[in-house]
Design a protein around this ligand. Sequence first.
Ligand SMILES: Cc1cc2nc3c(=O)[nH]c(=O)nc-3n(C[C@H](O)[C@H](O)[C@H](O)COP(=O)(O)OP(=O)(O)OC[C@H]3O[C@@H](n4cnc5c(N)ncnc54)[C@H](O)[C@@H]3O)c2cc1C
Length: 327
Amino acid sequence: MAARRVAVIGGGIAGVACALAAHRSGAEVTLLDRGRVLGGRMASRRMRGTGLPYDGRTADVGAGYLTADDAGFEAVVADWVGRGLARPWTRSFDVRGEPSPTDRIDGPLRYAAPQGLRSLVEDLAADLPSVVSSREVEIVERSGSGALVDGDRYDAVALAMPGPQAMDLLAADDPAAEVLRAQRWEPVLALVAAFERRTWPVLDGVFVNDSAVLSFVADDGRRRGDDAPVLVAHSTGVLAARHLDEPASALPLLLAALAQAVPGATEPTWVDVRRWSLARPRVQHDREHWWDGTLGLCGDAWGPRSRIQAAWRSGSGLGARLALSGI
Ligand SMILES: Cc1cc2nc3c(=O)[nH]c(=O)nc-3n(C[C@H](O)[C@H](O)[C@H](O)COP(=O)(O)OP(=O)(O)OC[C@H]3O[C@@H](n4cnc5c(N)ncnc54)[C@H](O)[C@@H]3O)c2cc1C
């Protein structure tokens, strides 16, 4: 019997995990992503023109770290750590504001990646036979027992991206679009602030609970392990929504809030603001993916909590089903 032809649209960790599981289950898989590079929200930004000794270094501007408590994902992370692609970073973050009674809070071990979290997605994708970057899909239509992706026929198609992006590809009355209509997403702005030297007390990250502007700050040098004095701060959704059309207009507010959250972090030499219009889902679907035998949906809005691990699990689960015919 001929292998099923499968298209996975979206090269974030959910799409790559999906494509990999389908490939390993015997499907003939093509992964399509509109980005120049894979990774989606596990994204890096190269810092150019800073005039700093570490000019050209990259900073993580999307996801800040990953955690793992699922046996399958733990094995993937252990493999990355073993090959030096991922590194255990920290269990403790500082806290500003309630509800912490102390100024530090312990949690699960957070992992980071010396080459940026995006490099982990690229590592997974290295085993895929067919990856097409810089390819923005425009339309996915059902046709007979399969589907057309911009006119190319496949037996099964997975949409591995935030719901509003997936809905743009589908007919409004498609059952998959009906499912996605319930999704609501929140934006975030990510500020990268580069300094000549570290002018703040030692910290890995800060949960900022008492600010209308910032929610989290990471020391990117300690996270990556190269010790570069670079901070990355994530805004609140409310602040991002107000400045989505012109993210740079939020800069004065972001810098003032950064100086308050991290004493000494004033007057960076170089700054940049990155906009995430669809940063995180406000509500989660209670199942890990959706699949009707032809079209599948996966990503971090599927499953218990929008995290990298959830996206990986969602994609992996769907991918194993794509290679098999029927529901
Ligand atoms: C600021 C920020 C901080 C975060 N912090 C953390 C954290 O600390 N820990 C954690 O675990 N998670 C964190 N997350 C969440 C984490 O990044 C996501 O859960 C995970 O990366 C989602 O992966 P995904 O594959 O589901 O989606 P995405 O990474 O969004 O991938 C979707 C892909 O689809 C592609 N695409 C979209 N439309 C098309 C089209 N028409 N044609 C072709 N390709 C298309 C995009 O290019 C993209 O590559 C954070 C996210 C943000 C934005």
